[in-house]
Design a binder for this molecule. Sequence first.
Ligand SMILES: CC(C)(COP(=O)(O)OP(=O)(O)OC[C@H]1O[C@@H](n2cnc3c(N)ncnc32)[C@H](O)[C@@H]1OP(=O)(O)O)[C@@H](O)C(=O)NCCC(=O)NCCS
Length: 177
Amino acid sequence: MTQDAPALPGKPVSASRVTLAQLMQPQHASYLGFVHGGEIMRLIDEVGALACMRHAGRYVVTVAVDQIHFNEPIRIGNLVLLTAEVSYVGRTSMEVEVQVVAENPLTGERRHTNTAYLVYVALDEEGRPTPVPPLLLENEHQRRRFQEAQERRAVRLARRRQRRVTPLHGDPEGGDG
Ligand SMILES: CC(C)(COP(=O)(O)OP(=O)(O)OC[C@H]1O[C@@H](n2cnc3c(N)ncnc32)[C@H](O)[C@@H]1OP(=O)(O)O)[C@@H](O)C(=O)NCCC(=O)NCCS
C-alpha cells in the first residue's frame, strides 16, 4: 500500500504575480523596423514561467501556448511591461495569464497589446511532473478567470487527444497517434 503525499498548503494568486520590464532596442527589431514578434513571445514565455515557478516552488516546463494575436505593432524605444499571474492549477500543471503593455517612456502613454495564456508543468528532481499547491482565489475576477480556464483546459486536452504529428516530408501515416 502506498501512502498519499501530504497536501500542499494553498498559495494566493497574488503571490505568483511577476512583472518584467524590457526596453525595446534595435537588436529587437524585425526587418520592418518594429519589434520582432518572436521577441515578445520569448518574453511572454519567460515571465509566464517565472510566475509558475513562484507558485510551484519548482522548475517548470512549457507544455502549451494558446493563440497569440498581435493587434498593434510595438515600436523600438517603447518599454514593454509584461505581467503574469497563475490563473488556474490542475494537479501538476498551471495556466498563467500574461498581459503585455507597451509604454512610450517619454509621454507615459500605454497600450495593451496582447493577452496570452500558457500552460506549464512543475517537475521534480528527476524531471517528472510533480503536484503543485492549490490556488487561493482572492476576488471575483480571479474566480471567473479560474472557471474560464477550466473551459480552456478542456479544449486543450481534447486537442491533445486528437493530435497527430505528421512529418512535413515524411510518412503521412507516421506520428504519435
Ligand atoms: C511536461 C512533460 C514532462 C509532461 O509529461 P506527460 O507525459 O505529458 O505528463 P502528463 O500526461 O502527466 O501531463 C502532466 C500535466 O500536463 C498537462 N498537459 C500535458 N500536455 C498538455 C497540453 N498539450 N496542453 C495542456 N496541458 C497539458 C496534463 O493535463 C497534466 O496536467 P495535470 O497534472 O494538472 O492534470 C512532457 O510533456 C514534456 O517533457 N514536454 C516537453 C516540455 C518542454 O520541453 N517544453 C519546452 C518546449 S521547447
